[in-house]
Write a protein that binds this ligand. Sequence first.
Ligand code: GTP
Length: 210
Amino acid sequence: MHYDSISIEEEYYDLKIRLMLIGDSNVGKTSIIKRYCNNQFSPSYISTVGIDFETKYLRLNGKIINLQIWDTAGQERYKVLAKNYYKNSDGFIIVYDITDKKSFNNVANWITQIKDSASENVKCVLLGNKCDLEELRQVDINQGKDLANNYQLKFYETSAQKGNNIQKVFTDLVKGFLNDDNFVNDSERSSISTEQRNLRRARNQKKKCC
Ligand code: GTP
């Protein structure tokens, strides 16, 4: 299977996927996105205000994917704002912090929010983040696995600081969409047809040659 990132922004893509990270404040949602999109990590904490997003283009199975990753604020006062964006999301990454039992106990509430406000058949995964902080652990890995099983979600322990499993979470999710014929066949998700894109590329190549 061919996989690599595209450094130059691709104007034309085969598939657009919108993912949203949700979970309590301070669990590491922004850090996970920064690690995945820029391979960076900052130990300082700046709480997300409202909602934000990053775009990443990647190539998987010969397709160019425009991945739009929405970062929500965990703070209670922004919940209503974020819920307005749930309907447009194709998938959710629900995050708790393995050193914060309360954030784990709140996962059920976040899942209820998805059920109440998101479209049917969205793809969701559960992450226990900050797995580098073993000495501060409050949530056993098996508790995370059991909770994920209850909701039939894929489960990963991640570390935005060290990078553990971050790439895998996103790659697995994108593969899930690519293997879903109902999703891939929705032509509105593609900027232009593959034929048009190939034509444009060929023209650009020609221009560069002259
Ligand atoms: P809100 O914007 O308030 O919802 O927070 P958030 O969930 O986006 O958390 P954020 O990414 O801002 O991270 C909160 C704090 O945890 C920051 O100080 C990060 O540096 C730290 N942090 C995030 N991920 C990890 C991790 O995997 N390991 C460790 N050790 N610290 C982390």
